[in-house]
Design a protein around this ligand. Structure first.
Ligand code: BGC
Length: 498
């Protein structure tokens, strides 16, 4: 009898699907597999491709910092450094009922947030699934669907918050629309480009706030769009509401981006608006676009080039494509496909399942890295259950090491982005907290530690002064706080300017 072991477990993919797997190792093999030495040789090659030295990181930070400055000084830059018209920090005393709608990447979420003051809040929410078709269909239809979900939510939440509305009264809504939009005021936003695989027609170049208002009118909802915000801006404000040391917010999820608070006097491209130079305004960096088109600064491998070329937006979001959850699984899959083509992996097995683009979920990388068993039973489960492929221990160890290289590179590049903002704002000596959110940050084992390690490689010991932590829900709570801040400004007659 061949020696065998069993294992089982369950996990949730980024698509929301929960999978239970039961596995058994087989020590007796009849298929031709790569030897331990072959796998070790290949690993060395990938190590040199995916590893970022501290010196290289410092060079990236330098170029990144210049790019951030450029975006503040000139309009329409690749990294657009978008003024958000969110002026200054919340007081923590914001109060009231607010609706928040969150159109992020995977789901649509509607929240009713009750801000209670003193940094406290209550939230009730419902998630609605977005189909691939909705992401590619007509934009107005997408906003109609958002309004329809809001309608259902408000109807089913009567008796609470929304149900207590008096005739003629409307609930303020913060709309978190997490794509690059250039804003002229807080309830306006022209979509610069779709990211994260979205491609809904008739939307780029248009004011999405206007489009959404049109959809709200169709459903005659007692709702007023008060603020259009980005998830990073929401995260910045929500995190500061509960932790006033927060100066930067980052999202590491399907997409990747950051926001921070800037002095208006430094945003020279909007000097003509005559806003008080002494005021502060949140900037949505849209840093995912760093190094787009020119590809001068980032260490792209041939796998990254393929990811880019075959995406619906070639050339764009160059930084994001090396970091975010949407792409990491695909990068690893492309390496595996190369080794299949070279006749190194899975000889004699049918690999068609693995050859489908984007079939290798980034959650698999997390799971492989966190597999606690000596035989790597989780890795066996992934390859047999999803791809009908048999693996040896040496191969599984290689897959895990590869996941580690790709995940670590993503975290170290993320550290470069954070370091660029820290350098630009001179936060290194006094230190700062960075509110971070998104599936990669929250679920990928060791991601935060690797970001911190990267910050120390860039800044030396002082890098310890920059600490990331799991942020508050920016798209829900943050959106509500910004709606409250905006309402307060409007009531005080300060709609556009300070
Ligand atoms: C978008 C940003 C967003 C980020 C995280 C990126 O693709 O361009 O607006 O903040 O994803 O959701």
């Amino acid at each position: 009898m061949p020696a065998s072991r069993r294992g089982s477990g369950s996990f949730t993919l980024t698509t929301g699907q929960t999978i239970a797997i039961h596995t058994r190792t087989q020590d007796e093999e009849d298929l031709p597999h790569a030897t331990k030495k072959t796998m070790a040789d290949h690993l060395r090659k990938y190590e040199s491709l995916f590893t970022l030295t501290p010196q290289r990181m410092r060079m990236i930070v330098e170029a990144f910092t210049e790019t951030l400055e450029l975006g503040l000084n000139k309009p329409n830059q690749i990294v657009p450094m978008i003024p958000t018209y969110v002026f200054g920090w919340p007081t923590g005393q914001e109060k009231g009922d607010f609706l928040a709608l969150d159109l992020g990447g995977t789901n649509l979420r509607v929240c009713l947030v009750t801000l209670q003051g003193d940094g406290k809040f209550e939230i009730s929410q419902t998630k609605y699934r977005l189909t691939e078709e909705q992401k590619q269909d007509d934009g107005q239809k997408l906003f109609d669907f958002c309004a329809e979900c809001l309608h259902t939510f408000v109807e089913t939440n009567t008796g609470e918050g929304a149900g207590q509305l008096k005739p003629g009264q409307s609930l303020p809504l913060g709309f978190t629309f997490s794509y690059p939009c250039s804003q002229e005021r807080i309830d306006h936003g022209e979509l610069i480009r779709w990211t994260k695989g979205f491609g809904a027609g008739n939307t780029e170049g248009r004011d999405v706030a206007e489009m959404f208002k049109k959809s709200l009118e169709k459903y005659q909802l007692p709702i007023k769009l008060t603020a259009l915000i980005n998830d990073t801006t929401g995260t910045l404000i929500a995190s500061h509401y509960v932790n006033p040391k927060t100066k930067i917010a980052v999202i590491f999820g399907t997409g990747c981006n950051a926001a921070y608070m800037e002095n208006v006097k430094n945003i020279t491209k909007i000097e003509h608006l005559g806003i008080d130079p002494g005021a502060e305004m949140a900037i949505n960096c849209e840093w995912g676009a760093f190094d787009s088109f020119e590809h001068e600064h980032l260490p792209r491998t041939k796998y990254d080039t393929v990811v880019d070329d075959t995406s619906n937006k070639p050339g764009e979001q160059a930084f994001e494509k090396l970091i975010s959850g949407r792409y990491l699984g695909e990068i690893l899959r492309l390496v595996l496909c190369e080794l299949i083509d070279e006749g190194v992996l899975f000889l004699g097995q049918n690999t068609y399942k693995l050859e489908k683009p984007y079939c290798f979920d980034t959650a698999f990388l997390s799971l492989m890295e966190s597999d606690p068993t000596d035989e790597l039973l989780m890795v066996i489960g992934i390859f047999t259950h999803f791809f009908a492929l048999e693996t040896t221990l040496a191969e599984r160890q290689f897959f895990r090491a590869l996941a580690k290289l790709i995940g670590r590179r993503a975290a170290r590049l993320s550290a470069c982005g954070i370091a660029a903002i820290v350098s630009k704002m001179n936060y290194l000596d006094e230190g700062c907290s960075v509110g971070a959110d998104g599936s990669l940050y929250n679920k990928y084992p060791g991601f935060a530690d690797r970001v911190h390690e990267g910050l120390q490689d860039i800044f030396g010991d002082k890098g310890r002064n920059i600490v990331t932590y799991h942020a508050e829900d920016g798209s829900g709570v943050g959106s509500a706080i910004i709606a409250a801040m905006t309402k307060h400004r409007k009531d005080a007659g300060l709609y556009l300017n300070v």
